[in-house]
Design a protein around this ligand. Structure first.
Ligand SMILES: Cc1ncc(COP(=O)(O)O)c(C=O)c1O
Length: 454
């Protein structure tokens, strides 16, 4: 406790560095880092972790500026979010304008232009017949909302036995309890909680990769479970086409199409988690468009606000929403405090407008081309198991897990921001990245992965 106060004191003596985009001196950086290390959790970390952590003072375009003045080209889009790059004038302006009007009001009994305009845009952009919108405050929460919608839907239809969810292995849907229950139970980060979460049904997905038709036998595991347990299954939940944190796998669009058919055949809803894939990342505005299908419930988040603020949405059909309204208790039972936060909605509207007005498809295609070309050499490295690219996502899968304490500092020394996990070293840069910067990213990856000692 005393230690905390000392650190806080040191930090508050030098506020200028937090206000301006200046370089910090070494003492300030050390103070900041030592407080961070001893008091703050980072994602999936331990307090006092020895892994390197880098203070950032500003971000602009595709560059992150570190406190010591170094600039890094961003290969991560802050985990799929910052599709337009950082410090974008249009997004900044949207926030400033909204701030003058109101930062937040409760959504219970009140509404506002940013929420309505954003909902209209989402209905317009997402595949028909998705037309009802629930605003949530993060991707994980939007998954909870989707799961609750599915359960309430079947309750309203008098089928309250339909409470479970069916999914494929290697999935990732977030860190809250409902979301964790449908993350891969073995491979995921949630093994520790497996007996605390609801027990869901997991099947093998398809081994057919993107661009290939599905093998007939690939559908058997899902069909078997649906045939046997459909009376207890509320919905199938999947990440369409790209399984992200569960393995960065790209699977056959044909598989997704067949899953849609099976859901209809066995009377279960289909929830698609487009939180990572949505808004163009795979080359289509939504990944389900690769399969020409539409889910009954869809979750979007991450790039929704261009990476500015946390906001997600769960969309569903008139049929689902009407059914929920007709059942007990006559309304949908969820309502977060920060629902439809006006600042987040305003920046999301600006971000979607920027996306639509840009040549996003051509940009993603250019990035896809640059990733294919730039990561090609990695295919020849002994320690590499696979190299795959889809849209603005490039993945190098290693045979062994990389050592983060070695590889991340090497990337930083090379002037790029790349954060691998396990055996996966991957790039998903902002769509605005220029050819030269993309080349610097792929060159850094290729050069660093060439060495054995990672
Ligand atoms: C596919 C998918 N679903 C859900 C989530 C959870 O979103 P959030 O971190 O905003 O809660 C993530 C986050 O990485 C994700 O990739």
């Amino acid at each position: 406790m005393g230690e905390a106060k000392i650190f806080l004191g040191l930090i508050s003596q030098s506020p200028q560095c937090y206000i301006q985009n200046c370089n910090m001196n070494t003492i300030e950086i050390n103070d900041l880092l030592s407080f961070d290390r001893s008091h703050i959790w980072h994602p999936y970390s331990a307090i006092g972790d020895e892994l390197p952590i880098y203070p950032v003072v500003s971000a602009n375009g595709v560059r992150l500026k570190l406190a010591d003045g170094r600039e890094l080209i961003d290969g991560m889009s802050s985990w799929w979010c910052a599709i337009h790059g950082y410090n974008h004038p249009a997004l900044n302006a949207a926030l400033k304008t909204q701030l003058e009007a109101m930062a937040h009001v409760m959504f219970g009994g009140l509404t506002h232009q940013p929420a309505v305009e954003l909902a209209k845009k989402l209905v317009e952009l997402t595949p028909y017949p998705l037309q009802m919108v629930f605003f949530a405050d993060s991707g994980s929460v939007s998954i909870e909302v989707a799961m609750k919608m599915a359960i309430q839907y079947w309750n309203a239809k008098g089928q309250s036995s339909k409470q479970r969810f069916l999914t494929i292995k290697n999935g990732y849907h977030g860190d809250t309890f409902g979301a964790m229950s449908v993350c891969d139970p073995i491979n995921s980060m949630h093994t520790l909680f497996s007996s605390a979460v609801n027990q869901q049904i997991f099947v093998d997905g398809s081994n057919c990769t993107f661009g290939n038709p599905v093998n007939k036998t690939d559908m058997i595991p899902m069909e078997k479970q649906l045939a046997a347990k459909h009376q207890n299954i509320a919905a199938v939940i999947l990440e369409p086409i790209v399984q992200g944190a569960g393995g960065m796998r790209f699977y056959s669009a044909d598989y997704l199409r067949q899953v849609r058919k099976l859901c209809d055949q066995y009377g279960v809803l289909l929830i698609l988690d487009e939180i990572a894939t949505g808004f163009g990342r795979t080359g289509k505005l939504f990944a389900c468009e690769h399969a020409d299908i539409s889910p009954d419930i869809m979750c979007v988040g991450k790039a929704l606000t261009g990476g500015y603020l946390s906001l997600a949405a769960t969309l569903t059909t008139l049929e689902v929403s009407n059914t929920i309204s007709m059942g007990e208790p006559g309304r949908f039972m969820h309502g977060p405090t920060f629902m439809a936060n006006p600042l987040a909605c305003s920046v999301a509207i600006a971000s979607l407008q920027l996306l639509i007005d840009s040549e996003w498809q051509a940009r993603v295609e250019r990035i896809e081309h640059g990733l294919r070309e730039g990561l090609e050499p990695c295919k020849n490295y002994e320690q590499v198991a696979d190299v795959r690219v889809l849209g603005a996502i490039g993945v190098v899968e290693m045979k062994e897990a990389v050592d983060m304490s070695v590889i991340v500092p090497r990337f930083v020394e090379a002037g790029v921001w790349v954060r691998p996990f396990g055996r996966l070293v991957y790039l998903m840069p902002p769509y605005v990245i220029e050819k030269n910067d993309l080349k610097k990213l792929t060159d850094a990856l290729s050069n660093i992965l060439r060495t054995n000692s990672l």
